[in-house]
Design a protein around this ligand. Structure first.
Ligand code: NAD
Length: 381
């Protein structure tokens, strides 16, 4: 039998790595699921709800981990949480593989096999395991809803006997998973939406959601997408042309949501201080790239600041602000991933270390960091 432990996250992480639905399915796979008491509370999953689906509620994190083969977490656990696991145990979490290298090495030194869900290959078979997509989708939604709540004007156009209220102008920068959901949400609220990206594939997706696409569409733009579907860092010349275009567009916008990222690199700087200063008082910027340094020069990660009447919101965990949904989807992503590690007939761990998904996400084994992107010459891609 495979024993799976789920423990509570730190105070700044409301999500949890299991849901009542996934407990039921994991138990159905023949696993024992031990959950630390209270671990699901901030996602509104009570001990009773988890127990009703077959979880064993443990009185402490250490008790939950006792005899576990797999530890499921949302964030990277401390080495102290992992070192009492059995030899050869697995840790599956969003391990932030390119952050705090010393901490990662200390975690690897526990000898656990570490799987980093952020590195899930973007192949069809792994779509149901793609945590970046499931969480970014919710973050994109919440960014627009939060911006609408902060905004002191209406979002849709309203024609009333007392006059017309204009539609809010919303500009989405970066039309990946989060950006596309932000566009869809802003459109549903009745805003007039524009969006930009450096990947040509984004153009049609933006248009299909009813937003206007705005970008410097030169030769470099036509080549900007990697084989993995991500953006490449753009040349200085492109960045200058892009900045000129954004500068002329942004000054008329009411709400700007930025989501632009390049894997393994700091977020590209797209909004400069003068651009912010050109915006109208009351305008709002939500910088979803805050965790990776921010797309806006003035963003302060984790804070909301005001500059010349423009409020800049730098959330660090917007998916966590819709924790019920975020935990449910994250737990489903983990369930799908565990499905390829567990032999359903023998009800034991059976890992094919050559599987593309296993190799793509495994970052440490037998005390060593093994992922190619974490080797000294490795590219974080
Ligand atoms: P991401 O989070 O890495 O980046 C967000 C967006 O920022 C991307 O669209 C990127 O092109 C854009 N960006 C980067 N630099 C920029 C700049 N200078 N200016 C403007 N925009 C910039 O990306 P993501 O949301 O993870 O999605 C990337 C792509 O992968 C999308 O096309 C998405 O649909 C695709 N995807 C595929 C799968 C799959 O096949 N399984 C799963 C998820 C996403």
């Amino acid at each position: 039998m495979v024993t799976i432990a789920v423990t509570a996250e730190g105070t700044d992480e409301p999500r949890v790595a299991v849901s009542p639905e996934t407990v039921k399915k994991l138990v159905g796979l023949g696993a024992k699921v031990k959950v630390e008491t209270g671990a699901g509370l901030r996602s509104r999953f009570s001990d009773a709800m988890l127990k009703a689906q077959g979880a064993e509620i443990a009185p402490s994190a250490a008790e939950a981990r006792r005899d576990a083969d797999i530890l499921l977490k949302v964030r990277r656990p401390a080495p102290e949480e992992v070192k009492d696991l059995k030899p050869g145990s697995l840790v599956v979490a969003m391990l932030d593989p390119y952050g705090d290298r010393a901490g990662l090495e200390a975690l690897a030194a526990t000898n656990a096999a570490l799987f980093s869900m952020e590195l899930m290959p973007r192949i069809t078979r792994a779509q149901s395991m793609d945590v970046l997509s499931s969480q970014a989708n919710l973050a994109g939604y919440k960014a627009v809803v939060d911006a609408a709540a902060l905004f002191e004007q209406a979002m849709p156009m309203m024609m009333t006997a007392a006059g017309t209220v204009p539609a809010a102008k919303v500009f989405i920068m970066g039309a990946g998973v989060a950006g596309l959901q932000a566009i869809a949400t802003a459109r549903r609220l009745g805003a007039q939406v524009t969006a930009t990206d450096v990947r040509p594939a984004a153009k049609e997706q933006v248009a299909s959601l009813g937003a206007k696409f705005i970008a410097v569409e030169d030769e470099e733009f036509r080549q900007a997408q990697t084989a993995a579907g991500y953006a490449k860092p753009m040349s200085v010349e492109y960045q200058e042309k892009q900045a000129a275009l954004i500068a002329s567009h942004i000054k008329n916008q009411d709400i700007v949501v930025t989501t632009a990222l390049i894997p393994g690199r700091p977020a590209p700087r797209l909004i400069s201080r003068p651009m912010v200063e050109s915006m109208k008082p009351g305008a709002i910027i939500v910088d979803l790239a805050a965790e990776r340094g921010g797309n806006c020069e003035l963003t302060q990660p984790g804070r909301t600041i005001e500059h010349n009447g423009v409020r800049i919101f730098g959330p660090l965990n917007l998916a966590g602000a819709v924790a019920v949904n975020a935990s449910s989807l994250y737990a489903k992503n983990l369930l799908a991933f565990l499905g390829i590690l567990i032999d359903k007939d023998k009800k034991t761990l059976d890992i094919d270390w050559d599987d593309e998904i296993v190799k793509g996400t495994l970052i440490a084994k037998d005390g060593k960091l093994v992922h190619p992107s974490l080797q000294p010459q490795g590219a974080a891609s």
